[in-house]
Design a binder for this molecule. Structure first.
Ligand SMILES: [Zn+2]
Length: 155
């Protein structure tokens, strides 16, 4: 597959450390489009779309925000969430305008102790680009983990 100049620029932006330390691709040598496709397939096997998972993550981020770093129960006795703000802002590697606050949401299952962590930029990239980051990237989220932690046994 031959990359267009735009695709090449995108891939460079995703792999560079200019936007985030370590880049968005981590140690993943797959083409970003392939990463997106394979994650989409993985989610689809679980019966979800990136838009659906992003919507639930956004709800949890909004729910956690007023807790200012304290755990709040999103699903009583089953799922708790926490929101933490950090200095600075992130930008979308697809060059969407705007800055994303460095806010980190953690969701933890109270029954298993499993947890996942995401930033506001993760939310945007999942919702708009179906991109969960490359393997080895600091904020890579496995689609199967999202399903297991945010949905399984809760809906
Ligand atoms: Zn974007």
């Amino acid at each position: 597959m031959k990359e267009s100049p735009q695709e090449k620029m995108l891939e460079e932006a995703l792999r560079s450390s200019k936007l985030v330390a370590g880049g968005f691709m981590g140690t993943d040598s797959r083409h970003p489009a392939r990463v997106i496709d394979e994650d989409w397939e993985q989610l689809q096997k679980c019966g979800f779309t990136p838009a659906q998972t992003a919507r639930r993550m956004q709800e949890l981020t909004d729910l956690a925000a007023p807790g200012l770093g304290n755990w709040l129960e999103a699903v009583p006795g089953r799922l708790q969430v926490k929101s933490e703000d950090f200095k600075g802002a992130l930008v979308c590697p697809w060059s969407h305008p705007g800055l994303f606050a460095k806010r980190i949401t953690t969701a933890r299952r109270m029954d298993t102790g499993d947890q996942i962590v995401w930033t506001d930029l993760n939310l945007h990239m999942i919702a708009e680009h179906g991109f969960f980051e490359g393997r080895g990237a600091f904020f890579r989220i496995e689609p199967a983990d999202i399903v297991r932690i945010l949905f399984e046994g809760l809906t």
